[in-house]
Design a protein around this ligand. Structure first.
Ligand code: PLP
Length: 406
């Protein structure tokens, strides 16, 4: 299959709109992606023709909605190559998936003084959730340092393990630097120390094929809205042995088998972790999005975005005063953080917006990393499967224009 980006763009109605009378250039895909028509249509169709609560009714609509919901779980299973749908838990997104692990693993498997290893390049969701557990239980947070080029120092990682290490929790891809961490090695080293590992896949799943069995990770988290699916839905993959071992997350309907005031027993996996009515329309939308990217081919999406990133780096490096963070090696993902001369990132972002170019500015919910880089923030251009070299040219022209104003 040839990757025809112009025809792919037709699937995303929003890309045809104008902003301040300029064609929209959407380079904020790291924050959230745009939605193809098939995702919105599938959700509209469900609301118009199927809607009923899942897992509860004997009636036609409830059974049909339940079928769609469970088929969506199977689509996620296939997408991640998990062993079983019992290992796929629907959550509201990466943040909730991580918090589920910190709460349940923290509750079931950690005591005061026990240690978690995270890295310097984590998103706040993978820092603050552990800090909350630290406040509740007195756990210790250890941090893998990074090099000046924005790569994990693997030999330092190995040195952090002690007999108190209970879990490792690291991101697959940095949402600021685009660094793709050597996830397989990170997992292997954790397992050599007998420690399970959670991987934050918020910025990996949209860009390349992820196989949780091949990675051999114990938990894997991602968000639907960052992979062309709806907001408010995400996934936690967990190995069955761990999910069986840790206590439930929230209490309520659907996660129980029997309830009495004396004793409650919990439902089978994955429902033990899914209290309350799930966003079953969003799971349909998520499944559509995963089918959409699978149909395009994750390997084609990856190749397209790698080429776009390579081109963008080449063009951007020619701009006077350009400072690009990370991307020391060729393997960086479709995220470029930069500053230009002494222009404040907020000014640059605001002026680019006036040219119809949407980028992100600030600390990108990764303040410890930004501090490590010795700066206050960056501009971030993050690419999606529909972006083009012409759009990169518009970005570079826009930056040049702003630069000349300062
Ligand atoms: N982890 C990383 C690496 C991210 O980039 C993000 C969002 O930007 C998150 C976690 C949180 O994702 P969400 O807000 O969808 O829960």
């Amino acid at each position: 299959m040839t990757y025809d980006v112009q025809s792919i763009r037709q699937d995303f109605p929003i890309l045809g709109r104008r902003v301040y009378d300029k064609p929209l250039v959407y380079f904020d895909n790291g924050a959230t992606t745009q939605k193809p028509r098939c995702v919105v249509d599938a959700m509209t169709e469900e609301y118009y023709n199927v809607n009923a609560n899942v897992h509860r009714g004997v009636h036609f609509l409830s059974q049909r909605a339940t079928d769609l919901h469970e088929q969506s779980r199977e689509t996620v299973r296939r997408f991640l190559n998990a062993r079983s749908t019992t290992e796929i838990i629907f959550t509201r997104g990466t943040t909730e998936s991580i918090n589920l692990v910190t709460s349940c693993f923290g509750e079931g498997c950690m005591q005061e003084g026990d240690e978690v290893i995270v890295s310097q390049m984590e998103h706040h969701s993978n820092i603050v959730s552990w800090q909350l557990l630290q406040a509740r239980k007195g756990i210790v947070i250890k941090v893998i340092p990074i090099s000046d080029e924005g790569e994990l120092l693997m030999e330092e990682y190995e040195k952090l393990f002690t007999e108190k290490t209970r879990i490792v929790s690291v991101t697959h891809v940095s949402n600021v630097l685009g660094t793709v961490n050597p996830a397989k090695d990170i997992v292997r080293i954790a397992h050599e120390h007998g420690v399970p590992i959670l991987i934050d896949g918020a910025q990996s799943t949209p860009h390349f094929k992820v196989d949780v069995q091949d990675l051999d990770c114990d938990f894997y988290a991602f968000s639907g809205h960052k992979i062309y699916g709806p907001t408010g839905i995400g996934v936690l993959y967990g190995k069955e042995a761990w999910l069986d071992r840790i206590p439930p997350y929230m209490g309520g309907g659907e996660m129980i088998r029997t309830v009495s005031f004396e004793k409650t027993t919990f439902n089978d996996l994955p429902y033990k972790f899914e209290a309350g009515t799930p966003d079953y329309v969003a799971t349909t939308g998520l499944a559509k999005a995963l089918e959409y990217v699978t149909h395009l081919g994750m390997e084609h999406i990856e190749a397209h975005e790698r080429e776009l990133t390579r081109y963008a780096l080449e063009q951007m490096r020619q701009i006077e005063g350009m400072h690009i963070y990370g991307h020391a090696s060729d393997g960086g993902d479709a995220v470029i953080s930069f500053n230009v001369g002494h222009i404040h990132h907020l000014d640059l972002g605001t002026l680019l917006d006036r040219l119809g170019i949407a980028i992100r500015t600030g600390h990108h919910c990764a303040e410890p990393l930004i501090h490590r880089l010795g700066i206050e923030g960056t501009c971030r251009a993050s690419f999606g499967l529909y972006n083009t070299k012409e759009e990169v040219d518009l970005l570079c022209q826009g930056i040049e224009r702003v630069r000349k104003m300062f």
